[in-house]
Design a protein around this ligand. Structure first.
Ligand code: NAP
Length: 646
């Protein structure tokens, strides 16, 4: 018997009443696509019922209530017939129909050149498109000699482990934490949740139909990575509570010596043919240098080192910093503390997202489990509008000048829309409106999800938003530059991370003793964000210039990068050569194109004074300026000629 396509859903026997109830919870656009699979009839997407617009986090495509009700009415007998027929599927839709379904969901023709990326991500054939199938091509000798050290067991390190295991390459994942998950292991502050839809923020080959919320909270994410680790047998390759201190390339041997320190303080050197850095980019706390901090009598901690032993209930809580993290903490704790003072240096733009705190209703979860390919098309609904296909809207119009409040006419309109959404929530509170309204172009910093909870929190009687800069911290509170004293029993720094200091504090030494930190200075670069001249057989995941501010999911980005790294390793290990490193001119040309491109984008705009995307000189080396399909294409296609081989 052939195995059932895992995305075809589990057969079911639910009665019509149960199905009708479930239909009330479903995304109608995803449902109608599923019905094409269920019935083999493409007319479901060629008729009068269709989504109107494709907007991030709108799973109904702005369809009217009447159309949605009609869709449910038509769907019920079709689903019942499928059930009664034993949940047997007709032949799958042709590639042309799949393309048509994409365009129908996108509410616009999906260009031919980006279809392969979405088609691969959909996994409609049930296979894992990224699975490594070349294990047999390696000789036992090449394999035995190929030990790879992966630094970090967050989402990217775990993924690298899965692929290395499939390739039959020996590897060790060294992780400083006691378990997998990286950022989701570290960040346990109240309210920590992902802000990319969960059905897209997961491995394409390990979709989760079990998410309980559209934007999962940290325990559920941690559990997901733990479960994936176990399912793929990666745990036995992991050394937890072990930190990489340094990695040095031995020119004569053509190998890496990776020095690690265990929880007992003992150090050890691991030998490696290749090193994959999967350390993430947002995990080394950036602590503000505030005078008097050491005199504070109460608990003081960084958000990513949340002290769970501190009972903040009924205390006076000072939250210093209000970016993506502060935005999540403040509304979550506001009702529990006696007083919450939020110190915010720069106001933040917010982006409406009604689903941000919503539980996935039971009918939607039923559809994910049982309706063929429903979950895959639901994923597409999140992926497509966030694929960076509209990245041109982020480009600075050099002829546009309105005093730094917008980068183009399109951006000015966007500003007006977002400003109005905020103003509408604040009513006639002009004073608070002035304090929360950003004075730089919309989208120039990380956009924050807005379901009303942030501004509602700021309006509470026990909450105060302070925009005056901090002068000092004293024993029992915080004093701002105007001399105002804000009493505090607990202080949390939600001040972000050392984004620009990639791989810090590890000491990485490459060929001829080249020290990575010296080579980079404040301008970290890597070819495709992955490989670095002078650092043979060394690969970065989530390296310089690969963070995403224009959409996407870092997990998808990691899948692109791991595919590329595995292609490079395949070439290395089957060619019998010792090392590869990017040719200097290839790297330099890429870096020049990168800087030229990112420098024209909104995130580099001079009006943004403080941004973790920028280096101390105000240049950006952190973000990707490329549409996701462009990066997917480049990383899909490893070019040996881009490399020097030894
Ligand atoms: P952040 O966005 O860099 O925000 C840090 C906050 O601290 C800002 O308000 C910043 O002000 C302030 N700050 C920093 N140094 C300061 C100083 N010396 N004095 C006063 N204020 C200071 O950091 P984050 O909120 O931790 O977020 C970092 C990134 O992590 C995000 O961009 C996102 O990529 C990721 N993240 C994601 C989620 C999620 O929802 N999935 C949640 C949390 C974090 P300025 O704005 O003026 O610099």
């Amino acid at each position: 018997m052939t195995e059932r396509n895992p995305h075809a859903g589990k057969p079911f026997t639910d009665d019509d009443t149960a199905i009708a109830a479930a239909l009330e919870d479903m995304s109608i656009p995803a449902l109608l696509c599923s019905l094409v699979h269920i019935t083999g009839d493409v007319s479901w997407i060629r008729g009068d019922l269709r989504p109107q617009v494709s907007v991030l986090n709108d799973y109904q495509g702005s369809m009217g209530e009447g159309d949605m009700a009609e869709a449910r009415r038509r769907a019920l007998p079709a689903i019942a017939a499928y059930r009664d027929g034993g949940c047997v599927l007709p032949p799958p839709p042709s590639p042309e129909v799949v393309h048509e379904m994409m365009s129908w969901l996108a509410c616009a023709p999906v260009p031919d050149d980006v279809v392969p990326m979405f088609a691969e991500d959909l996994h409609l054939d049930g296979a894992d498109a990224g699975a490594i199938t070349w294990g047999d091509e390696l000789s036992a000798r090449a394999r035995d000699d190929a030990h790879v050290v992966v630094i970090g067991c967050g989402e990217s390190g775990l993924l690298a482990g899965i692929r290395l295991a499939q390739a039959g390459i020996p590897f060790t994942i060294v992780e400083k934490n006691a378990g997998p998950g990286g950022t989701w292991w570290d960040n346990r502050y109240p309210g920590a949740r992902v802000d990319i839809g969960s059905h897209f923020y997961c491995y394409s080959f390990e979709p989760a139909d079990h998410w309980t919320e559209y934007f999962s909270q940290h325990p559920e994410l941690r559990a997901y990575f733990e479960q994936v680790m176990r399912k793929y047998g990666i745990e036995e390759h992991c050394r937890f509570e072990t930190e990489v201190l340094s990695a040095a390339f031995d020119d004569a041997a053509g190998r890496w010596a990776v020095t690690v320190r265990g929880i007992d303080g003992a150090t050890e050197v691991l030998d490696a043919r290749a090193v994959i850095s999967a350390v993430g980019a947002l995990n080394q706390p950036k602590l503000p240098d505030i005078q008097g901090a050491e005199t504070f009598a109460g608990p003081l901690f960084h958000s990513s080192r949340w002290d769970a032993t501190v009972d903040y209930r009924d205390k006076r809580f000072a939250l210093i910093g209000a970016g993506a993290t502060g935005f999540q903490i403040a509304p979550t704790i506001a009702d529990d503390v006696e007083r919450l003072t939020v110190f915010q240096r720069t106001a933040q733009w917010v982006f409406p997202n009604a689903n941000y705190h919503r539980a996935v209703p039971s009918g939607e979860r039923w559809a994910m489990r049982h309706l063929p390919f429903y979950g895959r098309w639901f994923r597409f609904l999140t992926f497509y509008p966030g694929a960076g296909l509209t990245i041109e809207g982020s480009r600075i119009d050099p002829d546009y000048d309105d005093g730094g409040m917008a980068i183009s006419e399109q951006n000015r309109i966007r500003r007006e829309i977002l400003a109005k959404l905020m103003a509408d929530q604040l009513g006639d509170d002009a004073e608070l409106r002035a304090r929360v309204m950003p004075d730089y172009p919309a989208t120039a910093k990380r956009m924050l999800q807005d379901n009303g909870s942030w501004l509602a929190c700021l309006k509470k009687d026990n909450v105060e938003l302070v925009r005056t800069p901090i002068d000092r911290i004293v024993e029992d509170g915080v004093v701002t530059e105007d001399g105002t004293f804000y009493p505090a029993d607990v202080i949390c720094y939600a001040t972000g991370f050392r984004h620009n200091d990639y791989l810090w504090p590890m000491a990485i030494t490459g060929r001829d003793g080249t020290v990575l930190r010296d080579q980079w200075g404040d301008e970290p670069t890597a070819y495709l964000g992955i490989t670095i001249p002078n650092f043979p057989n060394f690969f970065c995941l989530y390296g310089p210039g690969t963070n995403l501010a224009h959409g996407g999911s870092l997990i998808f980005q990691s899948e692109c990068q791991v595919h590329y790294v595995m292609s490079a390793l395949h070439e290395l290990l089957t060619s019998g050569r010792r090392t590869l490193e990017p040719r200097a001119e290839v790297h330099d040309d890429y870096s020049e194109r990168y800087q030229d491109e990112i420098g024209q984008m909104v995130w580099a705009h001079k009006s943004v004074k403080h941004s973790h995307y920028k280096n101390p000189e105000g240049k950006v080396f952190t973000l990707s300026p490329w549409p996701i399909p462009t990066y997917w294409r480049w990383t899909k296609d490893f070019q040996p000629n881009d490399y020097e081989w030894d």
